[in-house]
Design a binder for this molecule. Structure first.
Ligand SMILES: [Fe+2]
Length: 373
């Protein structure tokens, strides 16, 4: 297990970054690159970082990226644009997409390769720059994993490298203070799926189980307050940020499987954000496991009380999850794509038959169709 060397968390985490962490970069380089979305720029966080870095003799360049799963072609163009440049410090502020983009970018520029080459050469896995991740959503856990997900011709491709684990992670609830329901809910379900799939994975162990159960318990205990419009001084949001981070640590050790495989296959047929696709897949899979084969998995039987609470949480939000304009176009193809994702399904605690996948896909189809009536 590899963890980030430094984790700053709590309501003053960004202040700690400005006052302590960034000044420690003095003498460790001259150039920094900052990945961030426009809404973070609007909060002038880039200016604060640039000011601190300027004071220690570092110049800063900015890549403003509008959230959305990064395309290989976008990264290739960016690497081409920066081909004679090198950076000593890379900071990614944003959701999982920006963090994944920064991870893949740092590997490409350090090794002078395009992302296309990176996807075909498994041996390139080195990074010398200092990498800071500041997630603005609580969900993907990308700040804790060695995976970067990129899109190539509509298909998700995973790049794996242990050097993707950041040197520093900052979990400050300030980014969630004004977040909308959707910005909180769908990443939260993604985090719950990381924890649950890790718990059930055939690679689960005592340590990953601790992180997974802690993440699920924190999510179940805090989801109602977190998603409500009640005033949160940051305490509840920070608990959820820690839950998402712990779910990421658990998933890093064990991988994910059937829920994520369904979500990826769904995205090939319906244009959905990752967290939304996970939300659509999650409930029917849990319902199937609770009614049929879940008891074959020892961890499922051990934590059935917790899994039932996750299922109830998803049921409560059925209206938000299944109210989408399009439905699954080809159920058979969807089921085949789920089973065909060997990278993920190798972590599954049991072997599923095609008919079972078709049955689950039909449950998803019917839930979407019922909201379209
Ligand atoms: Fe995920």
């Amino acid at each position: 297990m590899i963890l980030p060397r430094t984790i700053l968390f709590g309501k003053d985490a960004m202040d700690q970054l400005y006052a302590t962490m960034l000044p420690q970069m003095k003498g460790k380089g001259t150039d920094a690159l900052l990945f961030l979305p426009p809404f973070v720029q609007a909060q002038r966080i880039d200016e604060k970082i640039t000011d601190v870095l300027r004071a220690i003799g570092m110049r800063t360049e900015i890549v403003a990226y509008d959230e959305g799963e990064p395309e290989v072609s976008y990264l290739d163009a960016l690497v081409q644009q920066h081909q004679h440049q090198s950076y000593d410090l890379i900071i990614a502020i944003g959701g999982g997409s920006i963090i994944d983009l920064a991870k893949a970018y740092s590997l490409c520029v350090e090794n002078s390769v395009s992302c296309t080459e990176l996807l075909s050469k498994n041996s390139i896995r080195e990074r010398k720059n200092h990498f800071i991740c500041i997630p603005t959503t609580a969900g993907t856990g990308s700040e804790a994993t060695s995976i970067s997900i990129m899109k190539e011709n509509g298909i998700k491709r995973a790049i794996s490298a242990s050097c993707f684990i950041p040197d520093t992670v900052v979990l400050d609830p300030i980014f969630l203070a004004q977040a909308s329901f959707d910005v909180k809910f769908f990443p939260l379900v993604d985090a719950a799926s990381h924890a649950l799939e890790s718990l059930l994975s055939n690679r689960s162990n005592e340590i990953s189980e601790w992180y997974a159960v802690d993440a699920l318990s924190r999510i179940i205990e805090n989801e109602q307050y977190y998603l409500s419009t009640l005033q949160d001084k940051g305490d509840v949001a920070n608990k959820i940020q820690i839950a998402a981070f712990h779910a990421g640590v658990a998933f890093e050790m064990t991988g994910v499987h059937v829920i994520h495989s369904f979500a990826y296959a769904l995205c090939e047929q319906i244009p959905l954000r990752h967290g939304h696709a996970i939300s659509i897949a999650f409930g029917p899979i849990l319902e199937y496991l609770l009614s049929a084969r879940g008891k074959e998995i020892p961890a499922f039987a051990r934590y059935e009380y917790l899994i039932k609470r996750v299922a109830a949480f998803l049921d409560k939000h059925e209206a938000e999850i299944y109210d989408i304009p399009e439905n699954i176009r080809n159920i058979q193809l969807l089921a085949e794509r789920v089973l065909g994702n060997e990278r993920l399904m190798k972590n599954s605690p049991m072997r599923f038959e095609l008919q079972e996948m078709i049955h689950i896909a039909k449950m998803m189809y019917e839930r979407i169709a019922s909201k379209q009536k």
